[in-house]
Write a protein that binds this ligand. Structure first.
Ligand code: 4AD
Ligand code: MG
Length: 507
């Protein structure tokens, strides 16, 4: 059997494809079918004269999501998505879908799509996101395996919290309380003391009782942990890692990223330019507008964005109005009418985007001006900070009170810890959290008590500081947030096949 993604190597030859019809158009004795088989999309031409009346009749009756086997000649056609077309000589119906497929080309509400996630996954955009997710996973393993890291699996049932006690999912483990893991890190640290450099890649769980575009209850995390690494080396590795995966994905997923309308320039910049590294202190100064980046303060840049958005909105509104006037002509031909209406729809979408962006600016200005030193950055703060650079940024040296107990204190300031967060641009927020780990047993005990964590469950973890304790560091990349950023998908729920989040357990 041949797959659509391989058609390029079959130009001029006869092949058989199996797949589903996603769309169909007819014109005088010819049916144009768009077929998908999971590897791609191809236009298939069914000509009544060539295929005969009976099979042509079958083609004519095909509905969206009917499944077929098509044989025909592969013809090169650069205008087509994928660069090929199939001239059908035989059609074999596998299943005629005689129920209306719930998801059509028209706009559907998110609740409806989420309830039909099992079917929604078949649509083009979801196909592209899932394919990119797959390539990202491949790129991640590739990067670490090539460097000699060992993959390890951390347990899912755990006895202790890692990232605070407020987001624990409690379960019953043979009459004892157990928690679904929030992070494999502590086990990763133990393994790093045995293997040197490791990475975990598994599901993690956080009870987040809020519906945001960035939070899932079940998400996948990649957590490398390296013995003899300080936080500088950690930051170097994070940057190299992100660049490597982005590069690989842009090479392997050209078609998918095109389907998603992803801006390749932005991703190219990520691969080629150095990520700015700024301390938390500097970040606050930049956010507050007390420190310029590239000659401009945050407040001035936001006001500039506001003005530009307002100007663009005026232009787009004018484009729409002009075209609506054209439609008023009673003699307009149907073809032209469709063409103009399509343009109007595109402009209307753009207008919606621009208006939405504009509506956030007051909130951004407010959060920038009023951000208080010592607080954690919220979504709006992260958006403003990354807007200043248009690149992922690494924020290091954080106030200890807003970070986890295991982070190593800074040598020169007892209020700071050597943590690092990577914030993705374009509003995608924190994609990586990491740090150098505290090695001093006394300090660690102090932090455990300070965070009101029960000392007994950390017995084994504290042992790591008793036997050949070494400087070590690591980080965690949230897979879904990363996929969201690379695919430019606003809401994280579309970046995992079956999302689990507050209010969503089905399908
Ligand atoms: O910053 P976090 O909480 O760090 C840790 O878990 C560390 N133990 C990692 C380490 O050093 N080994 O989480 C890491 C990343 C975040 O930056 C974010 O990308 C993602 O995990 N993340 C979530 N993604 C989706 N939904 C949630 N509820 C998430 N919480 C964190
Ligand atoms: Mg974090």
């Amino acid at each position: 059997m041949v797959y659509i993604s391989d058609l390029k190597s079959h130009h001029g030859k006869d092949v058989t494809l199996k797949g589903w019809v996603i769309n169909k158009r007819s014109s005088k004795g010819i049916e144009f079918l768009i077929l998908r088989d999971g590897t791609g999309f191809v236009q298939c031409i069914v000509d009544e004269e060539k295929i005969g009346a009976e099979m042509y009749e079958t083609a004519r009756k095909l509905t969206q999501e009917s499944s077929v086997e098509l044989t025909g000649k592969v013809v090169k056609d650069d205008r087509q998505i994928g660069g090929s077309e199939l001239h059908v000589t035989n059609l074999n119906l596998i299943h005629l879908n005689d129920n209306n497929f719930p998801i059509t080309n028209k706009a559907h509400g998110v609740e409806f799509l989420m309830n039909n996630r099992h079917l929604w996954l078949r649509s083009k955009k979801q196909w592209a996101i899932m394919r990119v997710r797959n390539s990202i996973i491949y790129g991640i393993h590739n990067f670490f395996q090539k460097q000699g890291f060992m993959q390890m699996d951390a347990p899912i049932f755990t006895g202790n919290a890692v990232e605070g006690t407020t987001t624990l999912f409690e379960t019953d483990f043979y009459d004892r309380p157990a928690y679904l893991t929030q992070s494999g890190q502590l086990y990763g640290e133990a393994m790093a003391m045995a293997m040197g450099r490791i990475y975990t890649f598994g599901p993690t769980f956080r009870a987040e009782k809020s519906k945001t575009r960035r939070h899932l209850s079940e998400f996948w995390m990649i957590e490398p942990e390296m013995a003899f690494f300080d936080n500088e080396m950690n930051m170097d590795l994070i940057e190299e890692f992100i660049k490597s995966v982005v590069k690989e994905v842009t090479e392997r997923c050209k078609l998918e990223l095109e389907v998603l309308d992803r801006d390749f320039d932005i991703l190219g910049k990520v691969v080629s330019e150095k990520f700015p590294r700024i301390s938390y202190d500097e970040a606050v100064e930049i956010l507050n507008g007390r420190k310029e980046v590239n000659g401009i303060t945050s407040i001035d840049l936001l006001n500039k964005d506001k003005k530009e958005l307002e100007e663009k909105i005026v232009i787009v509104k004018k484009e729409i109005a002009e075209r609506e006037e054209i439609l008023e002509d009673p003699n307009i031909k149907q073809g032209k009418k469709n063409f103009v209406q399509n343009k109007i729809d595109t402009f209307k979408n753009e207008l919606k985007d621009l208006e939405e962006k504009l509506s956030h600016i007051p909130e951004y200005l407010n959060s920038a001006k009023n951000f208080k030193y010592g607080n954690d950055f919220g979504g709006a703060d992260e958006t403003v900070l990354t807007r200043m650079f248009s690149l992922p940024i690494m924020v290091y040296n954080w106030p200890k009170d807003i970070k986890a107990f295991y982070m190593k204190r800074a040598e020169d300031n007892d209020n700071l810890v050597k943590g690092v967060d990577v914030l993705a641009p374009e509003g995608f927020g924190e994609i990586v959290g990491g740090s150098e780990r505290e090695t001093d047993l006394e300090v660690l005990l102090d932090r455990i008590h300070g965070h009101n964590l029960p000392e007994e469950v950390f017995d084994w973890y504290l042992d790591l500081r008793k036997y050949g304790s070494v400087p070590h560091s690591g980080f965690g990349l949230g897979l879904e947030r990363f996929v969201g950023w690379i695919t430019n998908t606003k809401h994280i729920r579309e970046t995992i096949p079956f999302p689990r989040m507050y209010g969503r357990l089905n399908p």
